[in-house]
Ligand binder design. Structure first.
Ligand code: ATP
Ligand code: NI
Length: 315
């Protein structure tokens, strides 16, 4: 859906990212708990990249790693580049809240002691943003009186719409929306996504983390499928609509079959817990196509048709 008149350039490049937590095992002994492993993903200007995957697959931690807001006991390996510059912590600090914006997954990110208008508008370009706020609130069906409320007076769905407004009001070039729509009514969720789409069409980059595959398919340019801390496939949405034969990874095909319109077929077994992830493909224990090689190692991403996959078997 990239507009032709915008020259699409790489905004964010993540190469071989691994993330682990230093955890206590008993009182003295410590262990490294790896929750993201060898993850590579790229976001271009003009692109909405949707990230879908089950709970605990590392989606929010990826968002926090990009923004540099991980807990102290987290260690990362690999490289993150923003506009061709390594994302060091000082570069992240410079970009955060300015060029990089987050719609956090939890509404507890709102400041409980500050009126909504102040939180959304922030400290820069106040008069310009005041006008923009009126427009965005209207689009997201937030009444004018919301501006003067405090977070505790908002319902969950209202708070999420406020978080979306806060992220889109500024001049961010890359917006990471971590589950922006739960609690919203369908028309409000569609409107929020339409705002992201418009921003992408104007040349911004959007990472949309969501459990709602249908929403992702309607608005995204590419869909990254996460499982147990890594990306197993990146696909254009049309392949999800064309049917399971068009998808590449056995896990993506299982996700497809689990969608309500495709029969709601559940997949037996569970995603492995962080810390129990072994060397091979994390999906191997649940995969009907699993070969010996898959248990030993997971292959790097390879291009397959107009998407990417990490799987020996996929054709
Ligand atoms: N501070 C932490 N210390 C240790 N482990 C953590 C910490 N934060 C998250 N984890 C673990 O990392 C894994 C990934 O968590 P993350 O929040 O990124 O998942 P997610 O894909 O965003 O899930 P959801 O869809 O439920 O939001 C989980 O197993 C979680 O328990
Ligand atoms: Ni999350």
């Amino acid at each position: 859906m990239n507009l032709n008149h915008i020259k699409s350039s790489t905004l964010l490049e993540i190469d071989n990212l691994s993330l682990s937590f230093q955890m206590y095992k008993g009182f003295v002994e410590q262990q490294q708990l790896e929750v993201i492993s060898n993850l590579s993903v790229t976001v271009h200007s003009g692109e909405i990249l949707a990230i879908v995957g089950s709970s605990g697959s590392g989606k929010s931690l990826l968002a926090h790693a990009i923004l540099g807001i991980l807990p102290e006991n987290a260690t990362i390996k690999g490289t993150l580049r923003y506009k061709d510059r390594i994302l060091t912590s000082s570069y992240q600090e410079e970009l955060r809240g300015e060029k990089l914006a987050l719609v956090p997954q939890s509404v507890s990110y709102l400041d409980p002691l500050m009126k909504i208008s102040g939180q959304v508008i922030g400290h820069k370009d106040k008069s310009k943003r005041k006008l923009a706020l009126k427009n965005i609130f209207k689009r997201l069906e937030l009444e004018e009186k919301t501006e003067n409320m405090f977070p505790f007076q908002l319902s969950g769905g209202m708070a999420r719409r406020v978080l979306v407004a806060t992220a889109v009001i500024g001049d961010a070039e890359l917006i990471i929306a971590d589950e922006p729509t739960p609690g919203m009514q369908t028309d409000q969720a569609l409107e929020a996504l339409a705002i992201f789409r418009k921003l992408a069409d104007e040349g911004k980059g959007i990472i949309l983390i969501t459990h709602d595959i249908d929403l992702a398919l309607n608005f995204a340019d590419n869909v990254a499928i996460f499982y147990a801390g890594t990306t197993l496939e990146i696909t254009p949405p049309k392949d999800f609509l064309d049917g399971e034969h068009a998808l590449r990874h056995p896990y993506s095909k299982a996700l497809y079959r689990a969608m309500p319109q495709n029969g709601f077929t559940p997949l037996a077994g569970l995603q492995p817990y962080a810390g129990t992830i072994t060397k091979g493909c994390p999906f191997a224990p649940r995969c009907a196509e699993c070969m010996e090689q898959c248990k030993k190692e997971i292959p790097p991403m390879r291009k397959l048709r107009d998407g990417y996959v990490r799987c020996y078997y996929a054709t």
